[in-house]
Design a protein around this ligand. Structure first.
Ligand code: NAD
Length: 361
């Protein structure tokens, strides 16, 4: 059997530090072929483009992609068209990665790190499915126009096509079938017609193809409240791009640490291009880059998602997740999740500890 090919895009800031530990974990649980390429600020510095042609070609051929993070102060003065974030949006759009999966899971050992009471978040396990390639972020017309009278108008367009809603809703329903069989679809159908259509399409798909799934609909403002009032009511939350951007960050705070949360961005694979990119939800953390203190767990849990969704290897994914739990239970912590009575360790030592746990040590 040919080895699966994983393209690693370490990116900027702490990206190279955390992806290095995740690669060690992948090497411990499977036999993969790794390739490396530039994305983000480093790609601009070395190749003059945040998503260079060489990276694009490598991305199209890979079976799965592991990304660290992009961005940093150094590149902020650049024109928006070549900023590191453009590389990220570029690769998502190019590969048509339309479904962003963000689990918000609270490890028992870290329940006290949440800003909410431990009893509200202990045992929390939500999956947020955010549409990633449509909505106001990509809708046309867009831009800032100067009018004849000298006043200015800024425009973005909230737009969804029925097929875009259907394909991401299908991802949410399929995931729900492997979890609690509940989907809550988030919209603002009372005032935004594009989301009124969203609601109709999601309901239609559920009625025709997923009658076994319990579907509810909720306005986004209420969802933002419910997430902090009673987050455990949710199983899978399905949402559009802009609502998902905000709600998934809110959900991440329920768990107490950015350094713990993985994500997956999935496409259909129908186009023949790579259909999945995995990355931690945090950024490049320039404030701690190069210091060896970054938490690699979000990236390591991202490769657990890779094993589960791209390589259909739930057993290996479970093993990695259990190894992380074991290390937390031992009281080992990076600085960002440090608690009284625990032992502070750095990025590489956390990687070592997880590898030891994988080997049953
Ligand atoms: P950030 O997520 O990089 O950092 C926020 C805070 O969390 C910082 O104090 C940082 O030290 C801490 N932190 C983040 N990840 C950590 C980890 N693994 N271990 C320990 N601590 C961690 O967000 P920011 O500071 O707003 O952004 C920094 C840069 O990252 C910006 O250029 C931004 O555009 C970029 N960014 C990139 C992505 C991405 O690549 N997907 C996402 C968000 C932000």
């Amino acid at each position: 059997m040919t080895k699966k090919h994983i393209l690693v895009l370490p990116g900027d800031g702490i990206g190279p530090e955390v992806t290095a530990q995740a690669v060690r974990v992948l090497q411990a649980v499977g036999d993969f072929r790794f390739g490396y390429a530039n994305l983000g600020g480093i790609a601009f510095d070395e190749e003059g483009d945040p998503y260079p042609k060489s990276t694009r070609a490598a991305a199209h051929k890979a079976d799965a992609i592991l990304l660290g993070a992009v961005g940093g102060l150094k590149w902020e003065p650049l024109d928006i068209s070549v900023r590191p974030e453009k590389g990220l949006l570029g690769i998502r759009k190019d590969l048509e990665l339309f479904a962003n999966l963000r689990p918000a899971v609270v490890f028992e050992e870290l329940a006290a790190a949440s800003s909410l009471k431990p009893e509200i978040v202990a045992g929390l396990n939500i999956m947020i499915v955010r549409e990633l390639t449509g909505d106001v972020y990509f809708g046309e017309p867009r831009g800032i126009h100067t009018n004849k009278d000298g006043s200015r108008t800024g425009i973005n367009t909230m737009i969804y096509h029925d097929w875009e809603v259907q394909r991401v809703a299908r991802v949410a329903f399929n995931l729900a079938r492997k979890r609690g069989r509940k989907v809550c679809s988030i919209d603002k159908a009372n005032v935004l017609v594009s989301t009124e259509m969203w609601r109709q399409e999601v309901q239609k798909l559920r009625d025709t193809e997923y009658p076994d799934i319990e579907l509810s609909h909720m306005y986004v403002d209420n969802a933002a409240m419910q997430l902090v009032r009673n987050p455990k009511q949710f199983d899978v939350m399905l949402t559009g791009n802009i609502f998902g951007d905000i709600l998934s960050d809110e959900a991440s705070m329920l768990t107490g640490s950015l350094g713990m949360l993985p994500s997956a961005s999935l496409g259909s694979g129908d186009t023949g291009k790579c259909a999945a990119l995995y990355e931690p939800i945090h950024g490049s953390a320039p404030d701690i880059a190069g210091k060896g203190v970054a938490n690699p767990i979000a990236t390591i849990l991202s490769v657990a998602m890779m094993l589960r969704y791209s390589f259909d290897n739930a057993a290996a994914a479970d093993k990695v997740e259990q190894a992380v739990k074991k290390v937390l239970a031992k009281g080992l912590r990076t600085r960002d999740i440090m608690q009284e009575g625990c032992t502070a360790i750095g990025t590489v030592a956390m990687g070592d500890a997880i590898l030891n746990a994988l080997e049953g040590k």
